[in-house]
Write a protein that binds this ligand. Structure first.
Ligand code: PMP
Length: 431
């Protein structure tokens, strides 16, 4: 990879709104409260002694429990730093060093990490500080509807690039960038990618694909948003039982980032709990700090109580038990995927086209003979009591008809899947 494309001046990427984000004087003070010997008459912290909570015990499914009390509970209940609780932030930095080849020596200097209220908040904050109204942004087509709903009100020119089972097709991206009509739209500064178990298509990029896309982004100087909430939900090919016992998560885009152009979004939602609302963004110090300025005014920080529960759990577990937990989740979703695919084969053979996903929780099915799934899925399927999402929900251009539907295999039981796919089969046949 070409080291000459290293980003030296991040300010050129920052939106007008982002450049106006400045550190909040009060928030900066909060970081100093716990310095040894400091007497605080500064911050507007409420007094913990007035809070009604004495301790918090969380029982774990393994029979043990976590107890939050004393200073740990005080920390959880009080305002805290916008980067997140110090110890949790440290644990997550160590995780990123371990998984993504980030340099432990430069943590907090060249790169940083911020804990957010779910990755959704981090994505939204990053868009706010990097994209101006009317800017162009590149995404996969289809892409995550939750990000589209952040982008649309900003009236961004969302340019969707075609995908295959390995994600965005590099030649299509290169064509779009090489032939950009500068008189019509501003050239994009950001590309939004979901590399693993993509929502909605289930596609997962292999290493070759990641390298090809990274090189194009480097050539055209795009910042990469690597939105990877399904990274830990990789469970391998159909009928590959060897993946039962090994964790092979592969290289991420941030791990190959020699230019400093990747902002990576991780999430606890699929591995600890979605209701905790915890995610974390990792990337170049300049950009994460800008996001932090935004967090200082948006939500101050992610929920202290949620962070404290996650922190207690992760320090109890260490990486060894974290890995064990991930393996059990992967095995769970592998079984689900296997069952779902066998039921698609049973009920929908010849009626749909799809690729069996190797990660995540979605199967993206093209309904043969149907040009637009909107009314079939949004009306007729609901009458028959089957919930699916019509493809159009994931298209930047929502006027375009889509023959696809997204099905999730995460929560339905085998019997429910069987019944749902039977109902879908009769709906397609009636069409
Ligand atoms: N990105 C993608 C691709 C997702 O699928 C989701 C959740 N559905 C999110 C982000 C948001 O996740 P979180 O719960 O961490 O906010």
């Amino acid at each position: 990879m070409d080291m000459n494309n290293q980003i030296k001046d991040y300010s050129t990427f920052i939106s007008k709104r982002g450049s106006l984000k400045k550190p909040s004087p009060i928030r900066e003070i909060i970081q100093l409260v716990n310095l040894p010997g400091m007497i605080s008459l500064g911050g507007g912290l409420p007094n913990n002694s007035t809070f009604p909570f004495k301790s918090l015990t969380v029982e774990l499914k393994d029979g043990t429990s976590l107890e939050l009390k004393g200073s740990d509970l005080d920390e959880a209940l009080q305002y805290s730093a916008s980067y997140g609780l110090v110890k949790l932030n440290k644990w997550l930095k160590d995780l990123q060093v371990r998984n993504h080849k980030l340099n432990a020596e430069t943590a907090g200097k060249e790169w940083n990490l911020l804990i957010s209220n779910g990755s959704q908040e981090a994505i939204s904050m990053a868009i706010e500080v990097l994209c101006d109204d009317g800017d162009s942004i590149i995404s996969e087509q289809p892409t995550y509807s939750g990000t589209l709903s952040i982008l649309r009100p900003l009236q961004l020119n969302i340019v969707g690039i075609e995908i295959d089972q390995f994600g965005m097709i590099p030649s299509k991206l290169e064509d779009t960038l090489a032939n950009w009509d500068h008189s019509k739209h501003k050239f994009p500064r950001v590309i939004y990618l979901i590399p693993t178990g993509q929502n909605p298509s289930g596609s997962t990029m292999n290493l070759e694909r990641k390298k090809a896309l990274y090189n194009i982004c480097s050539k055209y100087n795009l910042l990469i948003f690597e939105d990877d909430p399904y990274y830990y939900l990789q469970f391998g090919e159909l009928n590959d039982n060897s993946s039962d016992t090994k964790l092979d998560l592969g290289e991420s885009l941030i791990s190959m980032d020699v230019d400093g152009r990747v902002l990576r979004f991780d999430s606890f939602s699929k591995i600890l709990s979605s209701g905790l609302r915890l995610g974390f963004v990792t990337g170049p110090q300049y950009l994460v700090e800008k996001i932090q300025f935004h967090e200082q005014s948006a939500s101050l920080h992610a929920s202290g109580l949620s962070q404290a529960v996650a922190q207690a759990l992760l320090y109890r577990w260490g990486f060894e038990n974290w890995d064990k937990h991930l393996l059990s989740i992967q095995n769970f979703y592998r079984q689900r995927r296997n069952t779902f695919i066998s039921l698609i084969e049973k009920h929908l053979k010849g009626l749909v086209e799809y690729n069996a996903p190797t990660a995540g929780m979605f199967v993206w099915m093209k309904l043969n003979g149907v040009t637009d799934t909107k009314s079939l899925i949004s009306e007729k399927a609901i009458e028959k009591k089957v919930l699916l999402v019509p493809g159009i929900a994931f298209y930047p251009d929502q006027t375009q008809p889509s023959p696809y539907v997204r099905a999730s295999f995460s929560v339905a039981t085998e019997e429910q899947m069987d019944e749902a796919l039977k109902r879908l089969s009769s709906l397609i046949k009636d069409q």
